[in-house]
Write a protein that binds this ligand. Sequence first.
Ligand code: MN
Length: 341
Amino acid sequence: MSQNDIEKLIELFKNPKKIVISSHYNPDGDAVGSAMALYHVLKQLNHQVSVIFPNKFPLFLSWIEESERSLIFEQDGASASQVISAADIIFCVDYNSFKRLGEMESLMVKSKAIKVLIDHHPDPEKEHFGFVYHSASASSTAELVYKFLKLTGLHSKINRQVAESLYAGIITDTGSLSFSCNNPDTYIIIAKLIQKGLDAERAHRLIYDDFSENRMRLLGYTIYQKMIVIPEYFTAIIALTIDELARFGYQQGDTEGIVNFPLSMKAINFSVMLVERTDRIRLSFRSKGSFPANIIAARYFEGGGHLNAAGGDSYLSMQETIKRLKEILPQYYDQLNFEIR
Ligand code: MN
């Protein structure tokens, strides 16, 4: 972002404005954490601030203060539409294209508000935004929100609530500081957040130690019975059907993180999880090293994401989708064949 842009932004926030903070469909920890952090800052400056998500966020994030006040477009469409139409400024956090907004897309496209993008996904559609603060090498959007607050002189407003929200974003987007975090900035920011009142241990527990018994047993069942290991392509595949989810009393968020487990195996560099939905198969991809999960997602499954964490969809049956995946792997043998030393 240019110095000129920064000055314009500082000017913009001087007087009370109607501000909307939006994030992507299926909001994750980074989406909710980044949005709520901005909310807690802007509220202190007497702006009228609303947070809007296209659909519900998972329960393990509900401890983030005032997250229950956010509008869920799928449930409160009418009031969310009104707020978006009346907005002077719309923050777009943790997404690089309005296509990531589901049903909310057309409203956002139509809106005349000044749009401020803060994001770390590759290749943002910059032309749609008045201001773009972007870096694909940042651990998380939350990290960029912290830097954005610093650049615009708002970091003095970082209180405990802001610190907790930003920490939730950083910690969930880095798998508890295990990937996308080889940068001193990430750790320096967390240190600063602790100085601002964050109880990192408490927040970590609230995010990760929230399993129901059902969710724990689903995880065990999945790893024991459902994981297909393909050692010759350094890959593991997990597939879960709607019936299996029902057997374990599935709640939104219960499959969250399962896809990461196969990467704990020494010789597995690529992990794919397929979860059956009523109208599609949802795929999650995780990889180690330089194997591009996002390229597989984009090329074959109408998706995308980050180098090591991506998602996509398949409209084939479960069996056909698994077959397709297995057919793709041989072409990537050379890229999959490496050992972390
Ligand atoms: Mn993110």
